[in-house]
Design a protein around this ligand. Structure first.
Ligand SMILES: *[C@@H]1O[C@H](CO)[C@@H](O)[C@H](O)[C@H]1NC(C)=O
Ligand SMILES: *[C@@H]1O[C@H](CO)[C@@H](O)[C@H](O)[C@H]1NC(C)=O
Length: 613
């Protein structure tokens, strides 16, 4: 091929690329390449020339294939022998370098070049081929994937010697059609999608002969709708390890992500979270669903109400009340005593009553002033206690200071009593609960109560039963948590009010997959029209209905009671246990004191007996 002809052919092939980067790869089999190289260097600013003698310098080619500074397309012009061309495409396959931004232009002198390329080129490598028919005629081909998923070349036009006028060519369709348009019709191809059984997103049913088919689920709806619009069917395959997978520390890629990364599947859709590390090995579509992480835990237990009588006040308040009550007795005594001393000093007449500090009880009746001052403190303490439990005061308020003390004490007691009684009623009638786990902070606090945090490993069902049996808080995506909780726990769960760490779900496609933009286009329409949300709601509603039905059947007529909400229940014994405790403790204390008194009595008796003896 002479130099002018080659240049003319290359220019014809590069026609639509006015402002793009061009990489020219040539080897010794094309001796007249100098002119093309010179022209290309002058015409396109970003031109890389790679000499492939005997094979292209792989490291340099790798750089040319992977380094993109703009979103521009990069044209790779291959002017090599069939063997070198094969080596280049073999390297692209082995390094997974298919890219939507690369367009390959191959000029082939060998007649069987197209046949050779079909065995090595994979979907995602867009090749335009100028194949020599005779020295005067070249046919233009472009690669596509047919309905059996095989890469094929189809003829797009010719380039021939117009005797005298030089060379000219014509294309009836562009060599590189718009990639989004191209994949708007998959021509009924059957694609392979990876999925694992993960309802509500993707239910996988295994038939008797071992084939997997899609059941129902949000993602099943998405992929079926995509297939309907884009004219493809799909076959489900389950990853061998049954995991979502990702890049492991040793560099291997596992699970569904691994299958897609190695192009054994056309895509994977099944609640796959878009993460940075997965992005390095697969291409993700736009996120079609945003889920947040949240917690499901046992419903907060109702507080034990046996000690409800103590709930109205905090322990500090209780201590203060007890101290104040204990102090009031001596205070009243002090006032009364000082007053008594003063009146005695001023009042020279020996009035019996004025010498007495307080009353004393004698066989149930109040007797005034018989034992001056001796039992005063006890009487004051006891009466102050009577007042605080609204039992009335039996002490006469004989002086103004004492009256004022009593006045303030009565007022204090009334307020305290009203507050206590009201709060106690509220505590007894309204059930109170332990603090529910509503956030990660709550979970941290709940760990002291023995709650364990769990995440999915193995099956989700296993995890949900841990929530009930072993008091676990399960951390996972909101959608699956809610669905699992409704399905297996009925109403017996608490879904945290707070959520955190939103996760986008996307379709994983092989790196450089040419159909990702088309999937994005249709997926975007589905998300914007609210279809994905609708499918999500549908799954939840269906489930709730069936759960309600189950519960109704199980409970018979009881369901109406449940709907009425909180019913007013009579106070059970356990509500009042606290009161009984106090009574019991008091009786026990009294018995002990009595016992001590009896013992002391007999000891004194025997002692005096010994003395007498
Ligand atoms: C092409 O490669 C094959 C084997 O890989 C070899 O036998 C053949 O000689 C090569 N042809 C040229 C022209 O280098
Ligand atoms: C889908 O693909 C089949 C197979 O190529 C084709 O016959 C059919 O016309 C296509 N359907 C649409 C709606 O384009």
């Amino acid at each position: 091929m002479d130099a002018g002809k080659l240049l003319s052919l290359v220019l014809f092939l590069l026609q639509p690329s006015q402002h793009t980067e061009v990489v020219i790869i040539h080897d010794y089999t094309v001796p007249d390449v100098k002119e093309v190289v010179q022209f290309a260097t002058e015409r396109w600013a970003a031109t890389t020339i790679l000499t492939a003698t005997p094979a292209p310098d792989l490291s340099q080619l790798l750089v040319a294939l992977t380094s993109f500074h703009t979103n521009d397309l990069r044209y790779m012009v291959l002017l090599c022998s069939a063997n070198t061309t094969w080596t280049v495409f073999d390297m692209v396959s082995r390094h997974n370098l298919e890219s939507r931004r690369l367009r390959w232009l191959v000029v082939g002198e060998e007649p069987d070049l197209a046949e050779t390329l079909l065995h090595i080129v994979r979907e995602g490598t867009m090749v335009g081929l100028a194949a020599r028919v005779t020295s005067d005629l070249y046919t233009m081909h472009s690669s596509y994937v047919d309905h059996t998923n095989q890469v094929r070349f189809q003829e797009m036009g010719i380039w021939k010697d117009e005797s005298g006028d030089g060379w000219s060519g014509s294309l009836h369709r562009p060599l590189f059609p718009d990639i989004v348009d191209l994949y708007l019709n998959f021509q009924g191809r059957q694609l392979v999608t990876m999925a694992k059984d993960n309802w509500p997103f993707f239910e996988v049913k295994i038939l008797e002969d071992g084939t997997a088919v899609a059941g129902r689920g949000i993602d099943v709806n998405i992929i079926s709708t995509l297939g309907h619009y884009l004219n493809f069917t799909y076959r489900v395959e389950v990853p061998a390890d049954g995991q979502w997978g990702g890049v492991q520390e040793d560099g291997t890629v596992t699970g569904m992500v691994g299958e897609v990364a190695s192009r054994r599947a056309h895509f994977a859709i099944d609640e796959i979270t878009i993460t940075a590390s997965r992005e390095t090995v697969v291409d993700f579509s736009y996120p079609y669903f945003f889920d947040t992480t949240t917690l499901v835990s046992r419903p907060p237990a109702e507080k034990n109400r046996s000690l409800a009588v103590f709930y109205p006040f905090s322990s500090f308040t209780w201590i203060t009340v007890v101290l104040v009550t204990l102090l009031m007795g001596p205070l009243g005594y002090l006032f009364s005593r000082v007053h008594h001393q003063l009146t005695q000093t001023f009042d020279s007449t020996h009035n019996e009553r004025s010498r007495n500090v307080g009353p004393s009880f004698d066989s149930g009746r109040i007797k005034w002033g018989s034992e001056p001052g001796l039992r005063g403190v006890e009487m004051f303490c006891f009466n102050m206690f009577r007042t605080i439990i609204i039992q009335g005061n039996l002490l006469p308020a004989s002086s103004w200071p004492l009256r004022l003390v009593f006045f303030s004490w009565y007022a204090f007691c009334v307020i305290l009593y009203a507050v206590y009684a009201g709060t106690l009623t509220a505590y007894l009638t309204k059930p109170s609960f332990d603090k529910p786990i509503n956030s990660l902070e709550d979970l941290l606090a709940a760990r002291e109560r023995g709650v364990v945090a769990a995440v999915t490993s193995g099956t989700s069902t296993e995890t949900i039963f841990k929530v009930v049996e072993r008091n676990t808080a399960w951390i996972s995506g909101m959608v699956s948590l809610e669905i699992y909780a409704i399905r297996y726990l009925g109403e017996n769960y608490h879904l945290s009010l707070n959520s955190f760490y939103p996760q986008p779900y996307g379709i994983a496609c092989p790196p450089g997959a040419p159909y990702t933009p088309t999937l994005n286009l249709v997926l975007g329409r589905m998300v914007q029209s609210g279809l994905v949300d609708k499918w999500h709601r549908d799954e939840v509603t269906k489930l709730k209905q069936s759960a309600d039905k189950r519960m109704d059947e199980g409970q018979g007529g009881k369901s109406s009671v449940r709907e009425e909400g909180v019913t007013v229940k009579p106070l059970a014994l356990d509500h009042l246990q606290g009161a009984f405790y106090i009574l019991g403790c008091g009786a026990l204390l009294a018995a002990n004191v009595l016992f001590i008194e009896v013992v002391t009595h007999y000891l004194t008796l025997s002692h005096s007996n010994t003395r007498t003896l």
